[in-house]
Design a protein around this ligand. Structure first.
Ligand SMILES: [Zn+2]
Length: 141
């Protein structure tokens, strides 16, 4: 029995062992236990909790072309992955702008806009938001 999948990710909920795709071991990045076959598996997205497929072909591409470590596994479905990437860019923008004292008002408006459009505040934002609110209170006093 191949325990690779459940071992690599707690989010794997189903593995279809009926259709193996032979791995090219020479192309995998080095690991203690090489993976001889890839199998389609179903993974639960960490953000939205919907199930998505991590296919045999995708795995071959990840581990043989992109040379990802065999223990790396997708955490997010494609749409959440896209949102995460966007948020990451937004966070970088905010952090750069926040360093400039004169831009704080603008940053605060920007932050409100983002929170509205995404409907939630990522943890990195929370820290920045707290700093902004704190600095505003200080200015009022
Ligand atoms: Zn998702």
């Amino acid at each position: 029995m191949n325990h690779h999948y459940t071992y690599s990710s707690p989010n794997v909920i189903k593995v279809n062992y009926n259709f193996p795709l032979k791995a090219d071991l020479d192309r995998q990045s080095e690991s203690v236990i090489p993976l001889e076959n890839y199998y389609d598996c179903t993974v639960k997205c960490e953000y939205c909790k919907t199930n998505f497929e991590f296919t045999r072909e995708e795995q071959k591409y990840w581990y043989e072309d992109l040379k990802f470590n065999l223990s790396s596994f997708p955490r997010l479905c494609k749409s959440c992955k896209k949102i995460e990437k966007e948020l990451h860019n937004e966070i970088n923008y905010i952090q750069t702008q926040f360093l400039k004292e004169s831009k704080r008002k603008k940053v605060e408006e920007y932050l409100d806009k983002i929170i509205k459009s995404y409907g939630f505040i990522p943890s990195e934002f929370k820290r920045i938001e707290k700093e902004i609110r704190k600095s505003r209170t200080k200015n009022c006093n």
